[in-house]
Design a protein around this ligand. Structure first.
Ligand code: SF4
Length: 185
């Protein structure tokens, strides 16, 4: 089993899909998994591509605030990664072939971090990990068993909350409370 540092080194040298040509840098992860909690998003945006860490822009600030308020965790107490490690140009959706080329890094991260609960943020992460084509609006509101006893709790991507406001934030809070209960089990 590779260590996380080796997986990160592999990702940072990766040119397996066309996103390698347009990225500023590979965005691997932030935080650690000591709390047992991991978040999985879609792909880096502009701020992430520039800074080299996931969820560092406005979406990340909202996520960190909601996690602090609902779970009492600081931003370095949970692990955060994306399905795709390089920024799609113009923040377009990642293509199926890009996800296919990249997801083995996420699979390895999950294996190494060994979280007890994974909160998936939005359609792409949720669909990938639950192996479904269903949308996040129908999938959220409950938890799902994953491999090795991990529970998956789907919620909206925080960018949707920034766009849509109150009701989506309230749903995210409810999902985070669900994740907190799953962590306590
Ligand atoms: Fe490699 Fe993933 Fe970046 Fe594509 S997105 S170049 S597969 S690390």
């Amino acid at each position: 089993m590779p260590t996380l540092a080796l997986v990160e080194a592999d990702a940072k040298a990766c040119v397996a899909c066309p996103l390698a040509a347009t990225r500023t840098q590979v965005v691997f992860a932030r935080g650690d998994g000591s709390s047992g909690l991991m978040f999985v998003g879609e792909a880096p945006g502009r701020d992430e591509d520039l800074q080299g860490a996931p969820f560092v822009g406005r979406s990340g600030q909202l996520l960190d605030r909601l996690v602090a308020e609902e779970l009492g965790l600081a931003r370095d107490e949970y692990y955060v990664a994306n399905v795709v490690k390089c920024r799609p140009p113009g923040n377009r959706d990642p293509l199926p072939e890009e996800i296919a080329a990249c997801h083995h890094f996420l699979d390895a991260q999950i294996g190494e971090v060994a979280p007890r609960v994974i909160v998936t943020l939005g359609n792409f992460a949720t669909r990938y990990l639950l192996a479904t084509t269903e949308g996040i609006t129908r999938l959220r509101g409950r938890s799902y068993p994953y491999r090795d006893g991990i529970e998956i709790v789907p919620t909206f991507h925080p960018s949707a909350a920034l766009r849509s406001g109150g009701a989506v934030v309230a749903d995210m809070r409810a999902d985070l409370i669900r994740a907190k209960r799953a962590l306590a089990r």
